[in-house]
Design a protein around this ligand. Structure first.
Ligand code: NAD
Length: 519
Protein backbone atom coordinates (compact mmCIF):
# COMPACT_ATOMS: atom_id res chain seq x y z
CA UNK A 1 0.00 0.00 0.00
CA UNK A 2 1.04 3.58 -0.48
CA UNK A 3 3.42 4.80 2.13
CA UNK A 4 4.31 1.33 3.34
CA UNK A 5 7.92 0.30 3.35
CA UNK A 6 8.97 -3.31 3.60
CA UNK A 7 12.52 -3.64 4.79
CA UNK A 8 14.52 -6.75 3.99
CA UNK A 9 14.96 -7.80 7.59
CA UNK A 10 18.36 -9.38 7.02
CA UNK A 11 19.69 -6.19 5.46
CA UNK A 12 18.40 -3.98 8.29
CA UNK A 13 19.05 -0.33 7.62
CA UNK A 14 21.25 -0.90 4.59
CA UNK A 15 18.60 -1.34 1.96
CA UNK A 16 14.85 -1.62 1.76
CA UNK A 17 12.42 -2.85 -0.83
CA UNK A 18 10.26 0.07 -1.83
CA UNK A 19 7.92 -1.07 -4.53
CA UNK A 20 4.54 0.64 -4.11
CA UNK A 21 5.83 3.26 -1.74
CA UNK A 22 5.26 6.95 -1.98
CA UNK A 23 8.82 7.83 -1.08
CA UNK A 24 11.76 5.85 -2.53
CA UNK A 25 14.24 4.47 -0.01
CA UNK A 26 17.16 6.73 0.69
CA UNK A 27 20.50 4.97 0.82
CA UNK A 28 22.72 5.81 3.77
CA UNK A 29 26.41 6.23 4.31
CA UNK A 30 28.10 3.53 6.36
CA UNK A 31 30.54 5.15 8.72
CA UNK A 32 32.22 3.72 11.79
CA UNK A 33 29.96 0.69 11.80
CA UNK A 34 26.70 2.63 11.56
CA UNK A 35 24.22 3.32 8.78
CA UNK A 36 23.94 7.09 8.88
CA UNK A 37 21.50 9.26 7.01
CA UNK A 38 23.23 11.68 4.68
CA UNK A 39 22.76 15.43 4.92
CA UNK A 40 23.31 15.64 1.16
CA UNK A 41 21.54 18.32 -0.79
CA UNK A 42 22.03 16.46 -4.05
CA UNK A 43 20.44 13.02 -4.60
CA UNK A 44 20.61 10.65 -7.55
CA UNK A 45 17.67 8.48 -8.60
CA UNK A 46 18.19 4.74 -8.87
CA UNK A 47 15.83 3.39 -11.50
CA UNK A 48 14.71 -0.11 -12.34
CA UNK A 49 15.97 -0.47 -15.93
CA UNK A 50 13.01 -2.68 -16.86
CA UNK A 51 10.45 0.00 -15.94
CA UNK A 52 12.37 3.22 -15.31
CA UNK A 53 10.60 3.56 -11.97
CA UNK A 54 12.62 5.23 -9.26
CA UNK A 55 13.35 2.50 -6.71
CA UNK A 56 15.75 4.36 -4.44
CA UNK A 57 17.80 7.52 -4.06
CA UNK A 58 21.52 7.81 -3.50
CA UNK A 59 23.05 10.81 -1.75
CA UNK A 60 26.07 12.69 -3.01
CA UNK A 61 27.77 12.42 0.38
CA UNK A 62 28.89 15.72 1.82
CA UNK A 63 32.54 16.67 2.25
CA UNK A 64 32.14 16.30 6.00
CA UNK A 65 30.66 12.81 5.68
CA UNK A 66 33.45 11.69 3.34
CA UNK A 67 36.04 13.01 5.77
CA UNK A 68 34.33 11.18 8.64
CA UNK A 69 34.49 7.96 6.65
CA UNK A 70 38.22 8.29 6.05
CA UNK A 71 38.81 9.32 9.65
CA UNK A 72 36.92 6.27 10.88
CA UNK A 73 38.93 3.99 8.55
CA UNK A 74 42.16 5.63 9.70
CA UNK A 75 41.35 5.16 13.38
CA UNK A 76 40.16 1.59 12.88
CA UNK A 77 43.39 0.73 11.05
CA UNK A 78 45.40 1.28 14.22
CA UNK A 79 43.69 -1.67 15.92
CA UNK A 80 42.72 -3.74 12.87
CA UNK A 81 46.32 -4.05 11.70
CA UNK A 82 47.19 -5.57 15.07
CA UNK A 83 44.44 -8.21 15.06
CA UNK A 84 45.70 -11.71 14.51
CA UNK A 85 45.45 -12.99 10.98
CA UNK A 86 43.43 -15.95 12.30
CA UNK A 87 40.88 -13.55 13.76
CA UNK A 88 40.47 -11.84 10.41
CA UNK A 89 40.17 -15.24 8.77
CA UNK A 90 37.34 -16.23 11.12
CA UNK A 91 35.39 -13.07 10.25
CA UNK A 92 35.85 -13.84 6.56
CA UNK A 93 34.53 -17.37 7.08
CA UNK A 94 31.46 -15.85 8.70
CA UNK A 95 31.05 -13.32 5.89
CA UNK A 96 31.32 -16.05 3.24
CA UNK A 97 28.73 -18.05 5.14
CA UNK A 98 26.29 -15.12 5.35
CA UNK A 99 26.71 -14.28 1.66
CA UNK A 100 25.98 -17.88 0.67
CA UNK A 101 22.89 -17.94 2.88
CA UNK A 102 21.51 -14.66 1.50
CA UNK A 103 22.72 -14.95 -2.06
CA UNK A 104 19.26 -14.92 -3.67
CA UNK A 105 18.16 -11.87 -1.69
CA UNK A 106 21.22 -9.99 -2.92
CA UNK A 107 20.51 -11.26 -6.44
CA UNK A 108 16.96 -9.85 -6.32
CA UNK A 109 18.38 -6.44 -5.47
CA UNK A 110 20.71 -6.70 -8.45
CA UNK A 111 17.89 -7.55 -10.85
CA UNK A 112 15.80 -4.68 -9.54
CA UNK A 113 18.49 -2.04 -9.92
CA UNK A 114 20.76 -3.40 -12.65
CA UNK A 115 18.27 -5.32 -14.78
CA UNK A 116 20.09 -8.61 -15.38
CA UNK A 117 18.25 -11.93 -15.09
CA UNK A 118 17.99 -13.58 -11.69
CA UNK A 119 20.26 -16.39 -12.90
CA UNK A 120 22.90 -13.87 -13.99
CA UNK A 121 22.45 -12.00 -10.70
CA UNK A 122 23.05 -15.23 -8.75
CA UNK A 123 26.23 -15.66 -10.79
CA UNK A 124 27.26 -12.09 -9.99
CA UNK A 125 27.08 -12.84 -6.25
CA UNK A 126 28.66 -16.27 -6.62
CA UNK A 127 31.73 -14.99 -8.47
CA UNK A 128 32.22 -12.38 -5.74
CA UNK A 129 31.69 -14.97 -3.01
CA UNK A 130 34.51 -17.02 -4.53
CA UNK A 131 36.84 -14.10 -3.90
CA UNK A 132 35.70 -13.92 -0.27
CA UNK A 133 36.31 -17.65 0.03
CA UNK A 134 39.75 -17.16 -1.48
CA UNK A 135 40.40 -14.40 1.04
CA UNK A 136 39.75 -16.84 3.89
CA UNK A 137 43.09 -18.37 2.90
CA UNK A 138 44.85 -15.19 3.90
CA UNK A 139 47.05 -16.70 6.64
CA UNK A 140 48.80 -18.74 3.94
CA UNK A 141 48.77 -15.94 1.38
CA UNK A 142 50.51 -13.55 3.76
CA UNK A 143 53.40 -15.90 4.51
CA UNK A 144 56.63 -14.06 3.81
CA UNK A 145 60.10 -15.44 3.13
CA UNK A 146 63.42 -16.01 4.79
CA UNK A 147 66.93 -16.46 3.52
CA UNK A 148 69.34 -17.66 6.16
CA UNK A 149 73.02 -16.88 6.18
CA UNK A 150 73.14 -13.96 3.72
CA UNK A 151 76.46 -13.20 5.45
CA UNK A 152 78.20 -14.63 8.48
CA UNK A 153 75.59 -14.92 11.26
CA UNK A 154 73.22 -12.82 9.23
CA UNK A 155 69.66 -13.61 8.01
CA UNK A 156 67.17 -11.65 5.93
CA UNK A 157 63.44 -12.17 6.23
CA UNK A 158 60.41 -10.53 4.72
CA UNK A 159 56.87 -10.10 5.85
CA UNK A 160 53.86 -8.38 4.36
CA UNK A 161 52.23 -5.47 6.10
CA UNK A 162 48.99 -3.66 5.26
CA UNK A 163 49.03 -0.23 3.65
CA UNK A 164 46.40 1.57 5.75
CA UNK A 165 43.20 3.07 4.37
CA UNK A 166 42.33 1.76 0.90
CA UNK A 167 39.46 2.76 -1.39
CA UNK A 168 37.26 0.90 -3.87
CA UNK A 169 35.33 2.52 -6.72
CA UNK A 170 33.07 0.15 -8.62
CA UNK A 171 30.95 0.13 -11.83
CA UNK A 172 27.28 -0.72 -12.41
CA UNK A 173 27.61 -3.94 -14.35
CA UNK A 174 28.62 -6.37 -11.57
CA UNK A 175 27.20 -4.67 -8.48
CA UNK A 176 28.05 -7.58 -6.16
CA UNK A 177 31.10 -9.25 -7.69
CA UNK A 178 33.25 -6.17 -8.11
CA UNK A 179 32.75 -4.66 -4.63
CA UNK A 180 33.61 -8.19 -3.41
CA UNK A 181 36.90 -8.03 -5.36
CA UNK A 182 37.67 -5.01 -3.21
CA UNK A 183 36.77 -4.70 0.46
CA UNK A 184 37.10 -8.36 1.56
CA UNK A 185 40.65 -8.59 0.19
CA UNK A 186 41.51 -5.26 1.82
CA UNK A 187 40.11 -6.46 5.15
CA UNK A 188 41.85 -9.81 4.94
CA UNK A 189 45.24 -8.20 4.45
CA UNK A 190 44.78 -5.94 7.48
CA UNK A 191 43.76 -2.77 5.66
CA UNK A 192 40.64 -0.74 6.21
CA UNK A 193 38.53 0.61 3.37
CA UNK A 194 36.24 3.28 2.05
CA UNK A 195 33.94 2.06 -0.72
CA UNK A 196 32.21 4.16 -3.34
CA UNK A 197 29.95 1.91 -5.37
CA UNK A 198 28.13 2.69 -8.57
CA UNK A 199 25.43 5.26 -7.91
CA UNK A 200 23.24 3.46 -10.43
CA UNK A 201 22.81 0.23 -8.46
CA UNK A 202 24.34 0.41 -4.99
CA UNK A 203 21.78 -1.89 -3.32
CA UNK A 204 23.77 -5.13 -3.62
CA UNK A 205 26.92 -3.57 -2.20
CA UNK A 206 24.95 -2.04 0.68
CA UNK A 207 23.51 -5.46 1.48
CA UNK A 208 26.98 -7.04 1.37
CA UNK A 209 28.45 -4.39 3.66
CA UNK A 210 25.59 -5.01 6.07
CA UNK A 211 26.41 -8.73 5.98
CA UNK A 212 30.03 -7.79 6.74
CA UNK A 213 28.81 -5.84 9.78
CA UNK A 214 26.81 -8.86 10.91
CA UNK A 215 29.83 -11.09 10.34
CA UNK A 216 31.67 -9.12 13.00
CA UNK A 217 33.72 -6.66 10.97
CA UNK A 218 34.52 -3.97 13.56
CA UNK A 219 33.41 -0.34 13.16
CA UNK A 220 35.54 1.64 10.74
CA UNK A 221 37.12 -1.32 8.96
CA UNK A 222 34.69 -0.92 6.04
CA UNK A 223 32.93 2.36 5.26
CA UNK A 224 30.68 3.48 2.42
CA UNK A 225 30.29 6.89 0.87
CA UNK A 226 28.24 7.79 -2.20
CA UNK A 227 28.39 10.11 -5.17
CA UNK A 228 30.08 10.42 -8.53
CA UNK A 229 32.91 12.69 -9.66
CA UNK A 230 33.05 14.66 -6.45
CA UNK A 231 33.42 11.56 -4.27
CA UNK A 232 35.92 10.03 -6.70
CA UNK A 233 38.10 13.14 -6.71
CA UNK A 234 37.92 13.26 -2.93
CA UNK A 235 39.28 9.69 -2.81
CA UNK A 236 42.03 10.40 -5.36
CA UNK A 237 43.34 13.40 -3.46
CA UNK A 238 42.81 12.49 0.20
CA UNK A 239 46.26 12.06 1.78
CA UNK A 240 45.14 9.32 4.19
CA UNK A 241 44.04 6.97 1.40
CA UNK A 242 47.00 4.85 0.33
CA UNK A 243 45.60 2.75 -2.50
CA UNK A 244 42.68 2.84 -4.93
CA UNK A 245 41.04 -0.09 -6.68
CA UNK A 246 38.92 1.04 -9.62
CA UNK A 247 36.82 -0.80 -12.18
CA UNK A 248 34.83 1.06 -14.82
CA UNK A 249 35.06 2.97 -18.07
CA UNK A 250 38.15 4.25 -19.86
CA UNK A 251 37.87 7.96 -19.31
CA UNK A 252 37.13 7.62 -15.59
CA UNK A 253 39.81 4.96 -15.12
CA UNK A 254 42.51 7.07 -16.73
CA UNK A 255 41.48 10.09 -14.69
CA UNK A 256 41.61 8.10 -11.44
CA UNK A 257 44.94 6.52 -12.34
CA UNK A 258 46.52 9.86 -13.13
CA UNK A 259 45.08 11.82 -10.22
CA UNK A 260 45.63 9.02 -7.71
CA UNK A 261 49.24 8.44 -8.80
CA UNK A 262 49.91 12.15 -8.71
CA UNK A 263 48.87 12.07 -5.08
CA UNK A 264 51.25 9.25 -4.30
CA UNK A 265 48.78 6.37 -4.18
CA UNK A 266 48.91 2.88 -5.55
CA UNK A 267 46.21 2.56 -8.20
CA UNK A 268 44.85 -0.48 -10.00
CA UNK A 269 42.44 0.59 -12.71
CA UNK A 270 40.50 -1.93 -14.81
CA UNK A 271 38.78 -0.36 -17.78
CA UNK A 272 36.97 -1.06 -21.05
CA UNK A 273 37.29 -3.92 -23.47
CA UNK A 274 36.56 -5.29 -26.90
CA UNK A 275 36.81 -9.04 -26.74
CA UNK A 276 37.23 -11.15 -29.87
CA UNK A 277 36.09 -14.71 -30.37
CA UNK A 278 38.13 -16.38 -33.11
CA UNK A 279 36.16 -19.14 -34.82
CA UNK A 280 38.20 -21.73 -36.69
CA UNK A 281 36.41 -23.88 -39.27
CA UNK A 282 37.49 -27.03 -37.42
CA UNK A 283 35.65 -26.06 -34.22
CA UNK A 284 32.71 -28.03 -32.88
CA UNK A 285 29.97 -26.04 -34.59
CA UNK A 286 27.01 -26.65 -32.29
CA UNK A 287 28.99 -25.98 -29.17
CA UNK A 288 30.70 -22.90 -30.58
CA UNK A 289 27.51 -21.25 -31.82
CA UNK A 290 25.78 -21.75 -28.49
CA UNK A 291 28.75 -20.34 -26.61
CA UNK A 292 29.02 -17.32 -28.91
CA UNK A 293 25.36 -16.44 -28.49
CA UNK A 294 25.53 -16.72 -24.69
CA UNK A 295 28.75 -14.73 -24.46
CA UNK A 296 27.65 -11.91 -26.77
CA UNK A 297 24.07 -11.39 -25.61
CA UNK A 298 24.04 -12.71 -22.03
CA UNK A 299 23.72 -9.99 -19.38
CA UNK A 300 22.60 -7.81 -22.33
CA UNK A 301 26.25 -7.60 -23.38
CA UNK A 302 27.06 -5.49 -20.32
CA UNK A 303 30.09 -7.51 -19.28
CA UNK A 304 33.66 -6.35 -19.61
CA UNK A 305 34.39 -9.91 -20.77
CA UNK A 306 31.45 -10.11 -23.19
CA UNK A 307 32.55 -11.76 -26.43
CA UNK A 308 31.30 -8.89 -28.55
CA UNK A 309 33.35 -9.40 -31.70
CA UNK A 310 33.21 -12.65 -33.67
CA UNK A 311 36.13 -13.22 -36.02
CA UNK A 312 35.29 -15.92 -38.56
CA UNK A 313 38.34 -17.58 -40.05
CA UNK A 314 37.91 -18.97 -43.56
CA UNK A 315 34.91 -21.23 -44.03
CA UNK A 316 33.42 -20.67 -40.59
CA UNK A 317 31.79 -17.54 -41.98
CA UNK A 318 29.08 -19.81 -43.37
CA UNK A 319 27.83 -20.23 -39.79
CA UNK A 320 26.64 -16.63 -39.44
CA UNK A 321 23.01 -17.24 -40.47
CA UNK A 322 22.75 -19.95 -37.84
CA UNK A 323 23.99 -17.61 -35.15
CA UNK A 324 21.24 -15.26 -36.20
CA UNK A 325 18.64 -18.00 -35.91
CA UNK A 326 19.76 -18.75 -32.37
CA UNK A 327 19.93 -15.09 -31.37
CA UNK A 328 16.40 -14.48 -32.66
CA UNK A 329 15.06 -17.07 -30.25
CA UNK A 330 16.37 -15.31 -27.15
CA UNK A 331 13.67 -13.91 -24.92
CA UNK A 332 13.98 -10.21 -24.23
CA UNK A 333 12.22 -9.15 -21.03
CA UNK A 334 12.65 -7.95 -17.47
CA UNK A 335 15.29 -9.89 -15.55
CA UNK A 336 12.77 -11.06 -12.98
CA UNK A 337 10.52 -12.71 -15.59
CA UNK A 338 11.10 -16.45 -15.90
CA UNK A 339 13.06 -17.64 -18.95
CA UNK A 340 14.35 -14.18 -19.83
CA UNK A 341 17.62 -14.37 -21.75
CA UNK A 342 18.29 -10.70 -22.40
CA UNK A 343 17.33 -8.04 -19.85
CA UNK A 344 17.32 -4.28 -20.29
CA UNK A 345 20.42 -2.10 -20.53
CA UNK A 346 21.19 0.14 -17.60
CA UNK A 347 19.68 3.48 -18.68
CA UNK A 348 17.82 5.28 -21.46
CA UNK A 349 21.11 7.08 -22.22
CA UNK A 350 22.94 3.77 -22.63
CA UNK A 351 20.14 2.55 -24.90
CA UNK A 352 20.41 5.66 -27.05
CA UNK A 353 24.21 5.37 -27.25
CA UNK A 354 24.03 1.70 -28.29
CA UNK A 355 21.33 2.39 -30.87
CA UNK A 356 23.48 5.20 -32.23
CA UNK A 357 26.41 2.80 -32.65
CA UNK A 358 24.18 0.36 -34.54
CA UNK A 359 23.10 3.19 -36.84
CA UNK A 360 26.72 4.27 -37.34
CA UNK A 361 27.53 0.76 -38.58
CA UNK A 362 24.84 1.03 -41.23
CA UNK A 363 26.04 4.52 -42.18
CA UNK A 364 29.60 3.26 -42.53
CA UNK A 365 28.63 0.40 -44.84
CA UNK A 366 28.24 -2.59 -42.53
CA UNK A 367 25.14 -4.77 -42.62
CA UNK A 368 22.75 -5.29 -39.73
CA UNK A 369 21.37 -8.81 -40.24
CA UNK A 370 19.50 -8.78 -36.93
CA UNK A 371 18.30 -5.44 -35.60
CA UNK A 372 17.15 -5.32 -31.98
CA UNK A 373 16.28 -1.65 -31.99
CA UNK A 374 12.68 -0.80 -31.24
CA UNK A 375 11.94 -4.15 -29.62
CA UNK A 376 8.75 -3.96 -27.59
CA UNK A 377 8.41 -5.90 -24.37
CA UNK A 378 4.95 -6.70 -23.09
CA UNK A 379 4.31 -5.19 -19.70
CA UNK A 380 7.61 -3.29 -19.72
CA UNK A 381 7.01 -0.69 -22.38
CA UNK A 382 9.07 1.92 -20.57
CA UNK A 383 12.15 -0.26 -20.07
CA UNK A 384 15.52 0.21 -21.77
CA UNK A 385 15.37 -2.78 -24.06
CA UNK A 386 17.42 -3.65 -27.09
CA UNK A 387 17.06 -7.05 -28.67
CA UNK A 388 20.04 -9.11 -29.84
CA UNK A 389 21.68 -7.37 -32.77
CA UNK A 390 24.18 -8.78 -35.26
CA UNK A 391 26.29 -6.59 -37.49
CA UNK A 392 28.24 -8.23 -40.33
CA UNK A 393 30.77 -6.96 -42.82
CA UNK A 394 32.44 -4.88 -40.14
CA UNK A 395 35.82 -3.31 -40.90
CA UNK A 396 38.41 -2.18 -38.36
CA UNK A 397 37.92 1.55 -39.04
CA UNK A 398 34.23 1.52 -38.18
CA UNK A 399 32.99 3.07 -34.95
CA UNK A 400 31.06 -0.07 -34.01
CA UNK A 401 34.41 -1.88 -33.96
CA UNK A 402 36.57 0.80 -32.42
CA UNK A 403 34.26 1.63 -29.52
CA UNK A 404 33.13 -0.61 -26.71
CA UNK A 405 29.38 -1.10 -27.33
CA UNK A 406 28.45 -2.62 -23.95
CA UNK A 407 25.09 -3.83 -25.19
CA UNK A 408 23.55 -6.95 -26.80
CA UNK A 409 25.33 -6.40 -30.09
CA UNK A 410 27.61 -8.86 -31.89
CA UNK A 411 30.04 -7.43 -34.42
CA UNK A 412 31.16 -9.95 -37.09
CA UNK A 413 34.39 -9.82 -39.06
CA UNK A 414 35.95 -12.20 -41.55
CA UNK A 415 39.59 -13.11 -42.13
CA UNK A 416 41.33 -15.78 -44.21
CA UNK A 417 43.86 -17.26 -41.81
CA UNK A 418 44.73 -17.66 -38.16
CA UNK A 419 47.64 -15.25 -38.66
CA UNK A 420 45.22 -12.63 -39.97
CA UNK A 421 43.03 -13.16 -36.92
CA UNK A 422 45.97 -12.74 -34.57
CA UNK A 423 47.03 -9.57 -36.36
CA UNK A 424 43.52 -8.14 -36.11
CA UNK A 425 43.12 -8.94 -32.42
CA UNK A 426 46.57 -7.61 -31.55
CA UNK A 427 45.99 -4.36 -33.42
CA UNK A 428 43.08 -3.57 -31.11
CA UNK A 429 43.89 -1.16 -28.29
CA UNK A 430 42.19 -3.33 -25.68
CA UNK A 431 43.47 -6.60 -24.28
CA UNK A 432 41.02 -7.79 -21.66
CA UNK A 433 39.97 -11.19 -22.96
CA UNK A 434 39.64 -13.32 -26.07
CA UNK A 435 38.63 -16.84 -27.00
CA UNK A 436 39.49 -19.26 -29.77
CA UNK A 437 37.23 -22.11 -30.85
CA UNK A 438 39.08 -24.98 -32.47
CA UNK A 439 39.69 -28.70 -32.24
CA UNK A 440 43.35 -28.37 -33.14
CA UNK A 441 45.76 -28.18 -30.22
CA UNK A 442 48.54 -26.59 -32.23
CA UNK A 443 46.20 -23.85 -33.48
CA UNK A 444 45.03 -23.17 -29.94
CA UNK A 445 48.58 -23.11 -28.65
CA UNK A 446 49.75 -20.71 -31.32
CA UNK A 447 46.87 -18.38 -30.47
CA UNK A 448 47.54 -18.63 -26.76
CA UNK A 449 51.21 -17.74 -27.25
CA UNK A 450 50.78 -14.92 -29.78
CA UNK A 451 47.62 -13.14 -28.65
CA UNK A 452 48.35 -10.03 -26.62
CA UNK A 453 45.16 -10.31 -24.55
CA UNK A 454 45.57 -10.98 -20.87
CA UNK A 455 42.85 -13.65 -20.50
CA UNK A 456 42.51 -16.30 -23.16
CA UNK A 457 39.85 -18.95 -23.50
CA UNK A 458 40.37 -22.09 -25.51
CA UNK A 459 36.86 -23.26 -26.31
CA UNK A 460 35.86 -21.19 -23.27
CA UNK A 461 34.04 -18.01 -24.27
CA UNK A 462 34.42 -15.93 -21.09
CA UNK A 463 37.71 -16.93 -19.50
CA UNK A 464 37.48 -15.06 -16.19
CA UNK A 465 40.02 -16.77 -13.94
CA UNK A 466 39.00 -18.11 -10.55
CA UNK A 467 40.47 -16.14 -7.63
CA UNK A 468 43.47 -18.39 -7.03
CA UNK A 469 44.68 -16.66 -10.21
CA UNK A 470 44.17 -12.95 -10.86
CA UNK A 471 41.95 -10.97 -13.24
CA UNK A 472 44.66 -10.36 -15.81
CA UNK A 473 43.38 -7.90 -18.40
CA UNK A 474 46.10 -6.34 -20.53
CA UNK A 475 46.96 -3.35 -22.76
CA UNK A 476 44.32 -0.59 -22.84
CA UNK A 477 42.05 -2.53 -20.49
CA UNK A 478 44.21 -1.78 -17.44
CA UNK A 479 46.37 0.89 -15.87
CA UNK A 480 48.64 -0.17 -13.06
CA UNK A 481 50.73 -3.28 -12.81
CA UNK A 482 49.10 -5.35 -10.09
CA UNK A 483 45.86 -7.12 -10.90
CA UNK A 484 42.77 -7.73 -8.81
CA UNK A 485 42.61 -10.70 -6.40
CA UNK A 486 44.87 -13.74 -6.36
CA UNK A 487 48.56 -13.36 -5.63
CA UNK A 488 48.75 -10.02 -7.46
CA UNK A 489 45.86 -8.73 -5.34
CA UNK A 490 47.76 -9.59 -2.16
CA UNK A 491 50.82 -7.81 -3.54
CA UNK A 492 48.74 -4.73 -4.36
CA UNK A 493 47.29 -4.53 -0.86
CA UNK A 494 50.47 -5.13 1.12
CA UNK A 495 53.93 -3.71 1.38
CA UNK A 496 56.88 -5.92 1.93
CA UNK A 497 59.14 -5.28 4.86
CA UNK A 498 62.54 -6.92 4.99
CA UNK A 499 64.59 -7.36 8.13
CA UNK A 500 68.29 -8.06 8.08
CA UNK A 501 69.49 -9.34 11.41
CA UNK A 502 72.87 -10.19 12.81
CA UNK A 503 73.23 -12.47 15.84
CA UNK A 504 76.96 -12.98 16.16
CA UNK A 505 78.17 -16.43 17.04
CA UNK A 506 81.04 -14.70 18.81
CA UNK A 507 78.65 -13.13 21.32
CA UNK A 508 77.03 -16.49 21.99
CA UNK A 509 80.44 -18.05 22.51
CA UNK A 510 81.32 -15.37 25.04
CA UNK A 511 78.12 -16.41 26.78
CA UNK A 512 76.96 -12.96 27.74
CA UNK A 513 73.96 -14.46 29.54
CA UNK A 514 76.32 -16.21 31.91
CA UNK A 515 77.47 -12.89 33.30
CA UNK A 516 73.84 -12.03 34.10
CA UNK A 517 72.66 -15.44 35.24
CA UNK A 518 75.54 -17.33 36.84
CA UNK A 519 75.17 -21.12 36.45
P1 NAD B 1 31.84 4.33 -15.10
O1 NAD B 1 33.25 4.63 -15.38
O2 NAD B 1 30.78 5.21 -15.65
O3 NAD B 1 31.60 4.27 -13.53
C1 NAD B 1 32.51 3.62 -12.66
C2 NAD B 1 32.64 4.44 -11.39
O4 NAD B 1 33.19 5.72 -11.71
C3 NAD B 1 31.32 4.66 -10.68
O5 NAD B 1 31.50 4.45 -9.30
C4 NAD B 1 30.99 6.11 -11.00
O6 NAD B 1 30.32 6.75 -9.96
C5 NAD B 1 32.34 6.75 -11.21
N1 NAD B 1 32.26 7.86 -12.19
C6 NAD B 1 31.39 8.00 -13.22
N2 NAD B 1 31.64 9.12 -13.90
C7 NAD B 1 32.69 9.72 -13.30
C8 NAD B 1 33.44 10.91 -13.56
N3 NAD B 1 33.15 11.72 -14.57
N4 NAD B 1 34.48 11.19 -12.74
C9 NAD B 1 34.80 10.38 -11.73
N5 NAD B 1 34.12 9.24 -11.44
C10 NAD B 1 33.08 8.91 -12.21
O7 NAD B 1 31.63 2.81 -15.60
P2 NAD B 1 30.27 2.01 -15.67
O8 NAD B 1 29.47 2.52 -16.82
O9 NAD B 1 29.63 1.93 -14.34
O10 NAD B 1 30.82 0.55 -16.01
C11 NAD B 1 30.98 0.07 -17.31
C12 NAD B 1 32.43 0.09 -17.73
O11 NAD B 1 33.20 -0.66 -16.81
C13 NAD B 1 32.68 -0.56 -19.08
O12 NAD B 1 33.58 0.21 -19.81
C14 NAD B 1 33.29 -1.91 -18.73
O13 NAD B 1 34.12 -2.47 -19.71
C15 NAD B 1 34.07 -1.56 -17.52
N6 NAD B 1 34.35 -2.74 -16.73
C16 NAD B 1 35.63 -3.22 -16.73
C17 NAD B 1 35.94 -4.35 -16.02
C18 NAD B 1 37.32 -4.88 -16.01
O14 NAD B 1 37.66 -5.63 -15.10
N7 NAD B 1 38.16 -4.52 -16.96
C19 NAD B 1 34.94 -5.00 -15.28
C20 NAD B 1 33.64 -4.49 -15.29
C21 NAD B 1 33.36 -3.35 -16.02
Amino acid sequence: ANGSKRTYSIFNDAVAETENTAEPYKYKNFINGEWRESKATEWIDVRNPATNEVVARVPCSTQEEMEEAVESAKTAFQTWKKTSVMHRQRILFELANLIRTHMHDVAKLITREQGKTLADADGDVLRGLQVVEYATGVPTQLVGGTLGQVAADMDTYMYRQPLGVTAGISPFNFPAMIPLWMFPMAMATGNTSVMKCSERDPGAAMALVELARQAGVPPGVVNVIHGTKNAVDFICTNPDIKAISFVGSDHVGKHIYELGCKHGKRVQSNMGAKNHGVIMPDANKEYTLNQLVGAAFGAAGQRCMALSTAVFVGESKAWMPEIMERAKKLKVSAGKEPNTDVGPVISPEAQKRIEGLIQSAIDEGAEVILDGRGVSVNGYEKGNFIGPTIITNVKPHMRCYKEEIFGPVMVCMEVDTLDDAIELVNANMYGNGTAIFTNNGATARKYQMESECGQIGINVPIPVPLPMFSFTGNKGSIRGDLNFYGKAGIDFLTQQKTITSLWRQEDADNDISATNFPK
